[in-house]
Design a protein around this ligand. Sequence first.
Ligand SMILES: Cc1ncc(COP(=O)(O)O)c(C=O)c1O
Length: 375
Amino acid sequence: MNVPLFKIFWDDEDVRSVTAAIQKGAYWAIGPMIDEFEKRIAEYIGQKYCVTFNSGTSALHALLLSCGISPGDEIIVPSFTFISTANSALFVKAKPVFADIERTTFGLDPASVEEKITKKTKAIIPVHYGGCPCRIQELREIADDHNILLIEDAAESMGAMLGGKMVGTFGDASMFSFCQNKIIATGEGGAITTDSKEIFEKLKLMRSHGREDCANYFATSDYLEYVSLGYNFRMSEITAALGVAQIKKIDRLISMRQKNARHYAAILKHVPYIRVPEFSPEYSSVYQLYTVLINGGRAQRDGLIAQLGQNHVSSKVYFYPVHLTRFYRETFGCSPGMLPVTEEVSDSAITLPMYPSLTTEEMDYVAGVLARCTL
Ligand SMILES: Cc1ncc(COP(=O)(O)O)c(C=O)c1O
C-alpha cells in the first residue's frame, strides 16, 4: 500500500464547470464565474462581501494594504504557521511580532498575545491551524480592548466552527486559501471575506491595478480610472469555475474528513507514544491536516517520518517554526527559545495522511505501520 499525504477530491462536475468556462472562448480573465464564486463564499461564511485572489498570500497582502497597515506598524502573528502569514506584514513594511501558541488547538495563546501588544500594534493575525478554530473569541476581546484589527488566517479552515459560529465571522476580515491541499481547491487561489464595505472596496482596487471596478475592463470601451496603486492579484475565470463546482460540495468534503478523523482517533489510541488531536465539543475542526504529537523530540520524530516513508506512508512536519527559518534568523535575529511552546510542539509534530477519499484500509495501514515503528 502507498498512502500519500493528501489527494485532491475532484469529480465530473469540476471538469464540466471548467470545460464550460474554457468553451466560452471569452472572458477567461474577468467573468461571471468570479462573481458567482464570491457570492457563494460570502453566503457560505455568512459575511456581506467576498473578493477572490490568485492566492491566499496575495489576498493577505491586499488586505493589509486595504486596512491601512503602514511602515513601522506591528502585527502579532504565530510562528507555527505557513511563512506567508508572517511575511504579509513585511510586504507592507510592518513588523511581524511572534506570539506563542497553546497546546490544544495549536493556535495563538491569548496570554502570549496580550504580552506582545505595544502602542505600535495595529493587528493580530491568528491562524486556525489545520482546520481547527483557535481561541478566536478571546482574541476578539483582546483586539476590541486594545482597539486593534483582528484578521483571521483561515487558509486551512473553511467551514470550521466555534460554538456553532463559522470561522471567518469573528475577525474584521478573514482569508481563505484554495491551494491544492485545502478544504476546497482550485490549484491556486484565495479569498477575503468581510462585513466592511470600506475594506471590500479597497480590496477590489488592490486586486486589479487600482482601477475603478464599475465595469468589466475587457468588455467595455469606457475609460476606467486608476485611482490608487494596485496589483494584478486577480483569480482567473477558469479557476473560479472550478471554485464554484468545489464549493457546491464543501459540506460533503468536510464530513468525509471528519469521519476519517474519528476513525484515526479510534485506532491511534492503541499506539502508546502518540497524542491525537482532541478538542472540546464546541470546536468543530474540518481536519485539513491530521497532526499528532509524539512522546519524544525532534530526533525521534524525524526517525518516525523516515520509517513511515520506508513503508510508503507520506508524512510531513506542518510547520517548522517561521521564526527559526534562515530568513527570519538572519534578518530579525530570531533564535531558538523565543517561543517555547511553538518549538516544543513543532519538534514533536507529525502530520499524517488526511483527505476526503482516505479509506479505512489506508488509515488502518498507517496505524499498523506506526504501531511497529520504533522511537
Ligand atoms: C496558514 C496559512 N496561511 C497562509 C497560506 C497561504 O495561502 P496560499 O498558499 O494560497 O498563498 C497558507 C497556505 O499554504 C496557510 O496554510
